[in-house]
Design a protein around this ligand. Structure first.
Ligand code: MCN
Length: 787
């Protein structure tokens, strides 16, 4: 069976199969879909953060050239865009869940809120006509920041009577307070986790279509999880039964979490298609994406870490305010709670932890998961406070981590914040990273940089993350409203080639390659005989899509289970033909052999036998070779690792250059090292972006002042060094592949490493804190203030 680096199976750096079509311009994205008779939608959005709609006059727009229809919230009386997660406050009351209409009903609650849709023959006609819509607004005071919202002077949702969505906690506060009271040292820190705009390369798009002959609706959309959209939009918003609603997510140009959610525009084009009697396409303009794609992060935290006299952590107490924006997006409530606070043990043995999260409605774009979702926030907090504690106690920052690591022989390890880690070796990833980053040589490099007038710093992050989001036993108890299992179907065709249908969705992660590698490894088939199909609810029976670095650990495992069912059945067919017992059939290198003999059948011959009457055991088996598997894992997977960042700062300008970045990640068994390296590169680039450049800023009236690439800085190639990436492997114990996720580790581990490096560089100059993003202006000002 092909295996290892020279083959096409597990462990081989196979070049991405999908890249041929992407690199030759043959990718097929939602905007490439043009349906016969297609019309175009333009969404009129609110220019105000908070206002009553006193009147809407659409008559001029309706009469404009090419216009087919104009709809407002009054016309579109449908269900509310639903939230998929429920969180309870510490007093047991459920979170406040305000209605979220696809088109505003009487009130707008953020700049960008949908007010009306114009549908016309061309996009230009729709956009021009939208300018003719007269909307009367009574502008209301807005709660643009969390602090403003907490005064409850201006309510985002009057009917709730408060801007506090929930007030949640985990852990025993009294125990934590007692531990803090008797600690030798308590380190305190206040942190902002800056708000981010996702900015996938392909803006969101949707095409809605209705076939009156069959009563079937089709939605083509830029989604990470078409089955979830079918479920949420069909069942909750438009009341379309699932068998009459097809959702197709074709090639998708990046998502980073922002394309998980069910968005209003998807419902609008699907609902309106039968009304105008033509398919309708909507594609976001870039500026529109800034004010309509769910944003990420936006937490403010205060944390206290108690230590004994030897630097052992005794307790951690965290209070976080988390911005939900104006409405609850699909996953929003679980991000600062179950995906973040449960990570606060990190890689450490802290015995008691208490976290309180106040989720707050504001008049801003809804906030939801963005690459890492909650885990970058927890990691940033933990790794910043650990570094701070090292400085305050005088213990070396590597040594303080070592003293507090969960030892490699302590797994399974139950944390005080709900999660049980199955495997890990944090000392191993730290040791490997310190060697690769040449930590010992840092002092000399710092001295040399100083001779050039530069400030050099080194920062560490020994992170842990929980991914493979699915296990119903865990997510059910954590408030998920649906099981997040994954399914796969393996269809072996009569000539022995294979089509795999997976419920996960690849939008840059390379599943068409890595999933084919899994099949190639198990069945001994060449990659060209294997096709991976995803993204169409009419082809794939069930799926929960791709997010939370779940596709390999959950979808890949479902696939392997379906392949194993194929092998079991194929053995029975081979046993019949070879006149042996199925128990005596061995499967190796694509051949079924009677043990201890040279009697064998190739996989393709068995496949053919499954479909032709000759020599098939009809009385024992059903014909055909097509198997499905659903997989519900027992637990999350727990990647961990060490990121080390080295920066140089120009004190005259405050400019930071990342001169070295080392990432050693433990992601269990690696299927494709090259794809894994690419995933880490992308994640680290986003982490560096958050740490140094990106920031979504609202003014007090609720206007997004960083609403374009002129004001919102994305990381570019010249902001990044050549990364040193390596992996270390402790196998996941509860999936047969032994794999953990990799898709988010880069974005989770890197931000604190960067900021710790920046603070390290500035420490001798008297600077004690720098918040993200560490812009030149901020650093220069901090240096001036410290002088
Ligand atoms: N892989 C592997 N060996 C492992 C782990 C993973 O070879 N031990 C491979 C997988 O087979 C897959 C890739 O690495 O091809 C990522 O796998 P996984 O960690 O399972 O993550 P997902 O496929 O579920 O992807 C989701 C993750 C998330 S949550 C975000 S956000 C993200 C990311 O992936 N968004 C991305 N990576 C992205 N990459 C691109 N190009 N675009 C995005 O939008």
């Amino acid at each position: 069976m092909p295996d290892g680096n020279n083959g096409t199976g597990i462990g081989a750096s196979v070049k991405r199969i999908e890249d041929f079509r992407f690199l030759t311009g043959k990718g097929h994205y939602t905007d490439d879909i043009d349906r016969p008779g297609q019309s175009y939608a333009y969404i009129l959005r609110s220019p105000h953060a908070h206002a009553k709609i006193t009147s809407i006059d659409t008559s001029a727009a309706k009469a404009a050239s090419g216009v087919l229809a104009v709809f407002t919230g009054e016309d579109m009386q449908v269900g509310s865009l639903p939230c998929g997660w429920q969180v309870h406050s510490k007093d047991g009351t459920p979170m406040h869940e305000p209605g979220h209409p696809p088109l505003a009903q009487g009130k707008v609650r953020y700049v960008g809120d949908q007010v009306a849709v114009v549908i016309a023959d061309t996009y230009a006609q729709a956009k021009d006509a939208a300018e003719m819509i007269e909307v009367g607004y009574e502008i209301l005071p807005s709660a643009a920041t969390m602090d403003a919202a907490l005064t409850d002077k201006s309510l985002v949702h009057d009917e709730i009577g408060t801007n506090l969505c929930f007030d949640w906690e985990i852990g025993d506060e009294a125990e934590v307070d007692a531990a803090i009271a008797k600690a030798a040292h308590v380190t305190k820190i206040d942190l902002v986790n800056n708000r981010l705009v996702p900015n996938a390369m392909e803006p969101r798009a949707a095409v809605g279509e209705f076939d009156p002959a069959t009563g079937e609706y089709t939605l083509y959309t830029t989604s990470q999880n078409p089955h979830v959209i079918r479920l949420l939009m069909g069942a909750f918003v438009l009341s379309i039964p699932e068998h009459k609603l097809r959702v197709v997510a074709p090639d998708v140009g990046g998502g980073f979490g922002s394309k998980i959610y069910h968005y209003a525009e998807e419902a609008i084009v699907t609902w309106a298609a039968p009304k105008v009697g033509r398919p309708i396409k909507w594609v976001a303009e870039r500026a529109e994406s800034f004010i309509s794609d769910a944003h990420g992060r936006d937490n403010i935290s205060h944390a206290e870490l108690a230590l004994d006299k030897d630097g052992k952590f005794l307790a951690l107490k965290v209070q976080t305010k988390a911005n939900m924006g104006a409405y609850l997006s699909t996953f929003a409530p679980c991000v600062p709670t179950y995906l973040s606070a449960t990570l606060l043990a990190g890689t450490y043995t802290t015995p008691v932890i208490h976290a309180n999260v106040k989720a707050i409605f504001t008049n801003t774009v809804p906030v939801d998961a963005y690459r890492g979702a909650g885990r970058p926030e927890a990691t940033y907090l933990l790794e910043r406070i650990v570094d701070q504690a090292a400085r305050e106690t005088g213990i070396d920052k590597v040594e303080i981590r070592r003293r507090n690591f969960i030892p490699a022989d302590a797994f399974p390890y139950q944390t005080p914040v709900a999660l049980q880690y199955d495997s890990g070796d944090y000392e191993a990833t730290l040791s490997s990273a310190t060697k690769i980053a040449d930590v010992d040589g840092f002092a000399a490099r710092k001295a040399e940089a100083a001779s050039r007038g530069k400030l050099r710093g080194m920062g560490f992050s020994t992170y842990l993350e929980a991914c493979g989001i699915a296990p119903s036993a865990v997510v059910g108890s954590l408030g998920a409203r649906a099981g997040l299992y994954e399914s796969a179907e393996v269809r072996v065709h009569p000539t022995g080639s294979v089509t795999v249908f997976t419920g996960t969705h690849s939008h840059g992660q390379g599943h068409e390659t890595t999933f084919a590698q899994l099949v190639s490894d198990r069945l001994g088939l060449p990659l060209e005989n294997i096709e991976i199909s995803h993204g169409d609810t009419n082809k794939v029976q069930f799926g929960m899509g791709t997010y939370g670095s779940r596709s390999l650990a959950v979808g890949g495992e479902a696939l392997i289970r379906a392949v194993d069912k194929i092998i079991d059945k194929a053995k029975k067919i081979a046993a019949h033909v070879l006149e042996a017992s199925a128990e005596d059939i061995e499967f190796k290198d694509g051949n079924f052999t009677v043990a201890g003999t040279d009697r064998s059948m190739a996989f393709g011959d068995v496949a053919l036998t499954a479909y032709v009457p000759h020599n098939f055991p009809h009385d024992e088996l059903e014909p055909g070779l097509d198997e499905k598997a659903f997989y519900d894992p027992a637990n999350f997977t727990y990647p961990g690792g060490c990121h080390i960042c080295e920066v140089e700062i120009d004190p005259d300008t405050g400019t930071v250059e990342v001169v070295n970045f080392t990432a050693v990640d433990d992601i269990g068994r690696v299927i494709n090292p090259m794809i894994v390296e690419g995933q880490v590169h992308g994640g680290v680039a986003q982490g560096i972006g958050q740490a140094l450049l990106e920031n979504a800023v609202y003014d007090e009236s609720g206007q997004l002042v960083t609403g374009s690439f002129m004001d919102y800085t994305m990381p570019r190639a010249d902001n990044l060094p050549s990364f040193n990436v390596a992996t270390q492997s402790t196998l996941c114990t509860h999936n047969t592949l032994g794999v953990k996720g990799v898709g988010e580790v880069g974005a989770i581990g890197s931000p604190p490493a960067v900021i710790n490096a920046v603070i390290d560089a500035l420490w001798d100059k008297g600077v004690r804190d720098i918040s993200m993003p560490a812009t030149p202006e901020k650093i220069w000002s901090a240096l001036q203030a410290a002088e």
